[in-house]
Design a protein around this ligand. Sequence first.
Ligand SMILES: Nc1nc2c(c(=O)[nH]1)N[C@H]1C(S)=C(S)[C@@H](COP(=O)(O)OP(=O)(O)OC[C@H]3O[C@@H](n4cnc5c(=O)[nH]c(N)nc54)[C@H](O)[C@@H]3O)O[C@H]1N2
Ligand SMILES: Nc1nc2c(c(=O)[nH]1)N[C@H]1C(S)=C(S)[C@@H](COP(=O)(O)OP(=O)(O)OC[C@H]3O[C@@H](n4cnc5c(=O)[nH]c(N)nc54)[C@H](O)[C@@H]3O)O[C@H]1N2
Ligand code: SF4
Ligand SMILES: [Mo]
Length: 721
Amino acid sequence: MPITTHRRACHLCEAICGLVIETDGDEIRRIKGDPQDPLSRGHICPKAVALQDIHTDPDRLRRPLRRISARGEEPRFEEIDWETALTLAADGLADTVSRHGVDSLGVYLGNPTVHNLGMMTHQGALFRLLRTRNRFSATSVDQLPHHLAALWLFGHKFLLPIPDIDRSQYFLMLGANPIASNGSLWSVPDVRRRIRDLQSRGGRLVVIDPRRTETAAIADRHHFIHPGSDALFLAALLHTLLREERTGPRALEALTEGLEAVSEAVADFSPEAVAPHTGIPAQALREIAREFAAAEAAICYGRMGVSTTHFGALNQWLIQVINIVTGNLDRAGGSLFSSPAVDQVTATGPGGFARSHSRVRGLPEFDRELPVAALAEEITTPGEGRIRALFVGAGNPVLSTPNGRQLDQALEQLDWMVCLDPYLNETTCHADLILPPCSPLESGHYDLAFHLNAVRNTARYSPPVFPKPAGSLYDWEIFNALGEKVAGRLGQDWQAWPPPEDLVDQGLRHGPYGAAQGHPLGLDLATLREHPSGLDLGPLQSQLPGRLRTPDQRIHLDHPLPLQDLERLRQELQAPRESGLRLIGRRHIRSNNSWMHNYHRLIKGRDRCTLLMHPQDMRHLHIGDGQDVRVSSRVGSLTVPAEASEDMMPGVVSLPHGYGHGRRGVQLGIAQQHAGVSCNDLTDDHWLDALSGNAALNGVAVSVAPVTDSPSIPGPLVGME
Ligand SMILES: Nc1nc2c(c(=O)[nH]1)N[C@H]1C(S)=C(S)[C@@H](COP(=O)(O)OP(=O)(O)OC[C@H]3O[C@@H](n4cnc5c(=O)[nH]c(N)nc54)[C@H](O)[C@@H]3O)O[C@H]1N2
Ligand SMILES: Nc1nc2c(c(=O)[nH]1)N[C@H]1C(S)=C(S)[C@@H](COP(=O)(O)OP(=O)(O)OC[C@H]3O[C@@H](n4cnc5c(=O)[nH]c(N)nc54)[C@H](O)[C@@H]3O)O[C@H]1N2
Ligand code: SF4
Ligand SMILES: [Mo]
């Protein structure tokens, strides 16, 4: 057969790289970067080939599964046909809400939801029908603080300022490792080259991280910081900028209000006062403040390492206030809002916060979702509104949420559970039904989420590479079928949603480049299809005040919630810093959260699920390199090999998340050979950002002790504590 060339955006991470995929019949021959893609310009990472491995993986489910063993027993499943599966699923959902009320159904949606067009467009309708308040997602173990800061400052949860690295001169980066992650809330393919370009223009990258990461290694300067102390560092940075009057230029002043209140609130946070807490000398902080203010254009950006700490929301708010007061918001080379072709800012509501609270612990909702740290207790605590049945879509919360072991056990107390997922894994093995969508390469793709966060305005539609095999369903078809059946059971009206492509077409027509907006491009899906490598819509532009969604189109710096949280931070400043080891996470370029360990090409090589420790801490605790150690936190303990690393800050240990595949019932042949342990068996469902309810996955207090009496156990048994 002749070779066919397909062009497609990779949906696996936020970088949305353009790919050229060569196929021969139903086989993939080659996957390489698409040099014509205006955003990624030919860049790809090693995970791109995993698209092929996902597609051919024998463990990927092709037919729905029904559980045939009782709860508490070793999970066993049988394949069933789609009609039976959808009927059973709809019956389960409808029965739950009609017998026990809408809140007895819990919903958790995981990270791949936002990387999947059909899930983005079609999940909402089903859950509007079911009306439960017990909705959860990966947002509250991730980017919740960014949405809150955006809501408080700019009036819309999706108004996230994007670091304009390509035109910047100074980049202050806290708690992010884009060389491994390829960027987050910042779609920035080929970030290594962009950093190199920044440096060759005479610009500088300064990284603040408790580990000398792959990104820190290429930075102009790196400072270790005690985990969880960034809010003190940022408050002192703001304090210094304001005291030394290093604010300006004036452009934003006319748009902002409430600076005096902020100035007062950070008065106590001098560089000298915070230094013992952060570990960063006062002089170094002052230098950063001066360089940042003096740079022609500067960026302050922070990601997981500051979001998932006990001051996550305050961190993200402080970061944007620093960008605003130095005049770096809405400025080329600073941070700007994007203008995506399908604009989620105009298409969705602004989001709201703390309008209701979780039943058991009273944690605040955000955008009608509750913090996932509360999921287990909402299942296990008796009373009105207890979650009895659970829908999980594209998520693996047993491995990805704090105190995952507790959730693992809680899931066994459910009456019923259904998962929309292509794998039988640590979470889905608890389900009564698993509904597997077809392979991603059999679906069309338009990235509704990540064009919004990209360093350049571009748009790209990817048609399916392979036709959908007979007897399989897209994620969106599953949602439509469930909606119809559930509505029938509940006696409610239902209208099937059109295919995602139709919705993208409408979104493009009504977006900023669409005919409905009178734009000369008159963009629609047909036009976009004529540009298989994507359409370049230009660099990010200044858009203030027009883009703001605050009622008066001004930025109010004195929002009461972050200002009150500075009071909580002040208490931290006054207390002595607690001693003891702190646990942080890490990511690796060849992995992606919990679900990409089943591909030989990515997982091969040396064990990556190790506890990195500074040699000084290891000597002190009598731990040898490679020796098994017992790591314990308030909620649990596990055994893992220790690995000596001079790149760790002394007093800090690092373990990646997403491992722990050696549990019973899992059907991931390759991942089980590299099972590792789950970092979230140590993270604490009660160690949160008190303001937002976001999980504090970083900075968890742990103790580490050598395991002397047991030799290291190879293979899957390691995870089975
Ligand atoms: N300790 C610690 N924990 C963390 C983090 C950390 O840094 N440290 N990071 C957190 C972050 S940022 C995130 S985003 C979360 C992720 O948390 P989750 O989203 O809960 O977990 P994932 O590992 O992304 O699991 C994705 C699931 O989706 C399935 N899937 C993949 N593609 C598709 C698809 O196209 N359709 C459907 N229906 N299913 C699909 C996979 O089989 C898998 O079961 O983890 C969080 N947990
Ligand atoms: N290869 C790969 N790519 C991915 C993913 C993946 O799992 N693997 N996951 C994707 C997802 S869902 C997300 S959300 C993004 C995340 O993207 P990033 O946030 O860029 O990735 P992380 O590696 O989590 O980076 C967090 C950094 O914070 C540091 N850190 C920990 N605690 C602290 C602290 O208290 N203060 C400071 N200043 N730093 C701290 C850690 O050492 C780490 O270097 O990556 C995405 N891309
Ligand atoms: S960087 Fe992300 S989007 Fe690009 S090829 Fe790798 S996984 Fe795909
Ligand atoms: Mo994430």
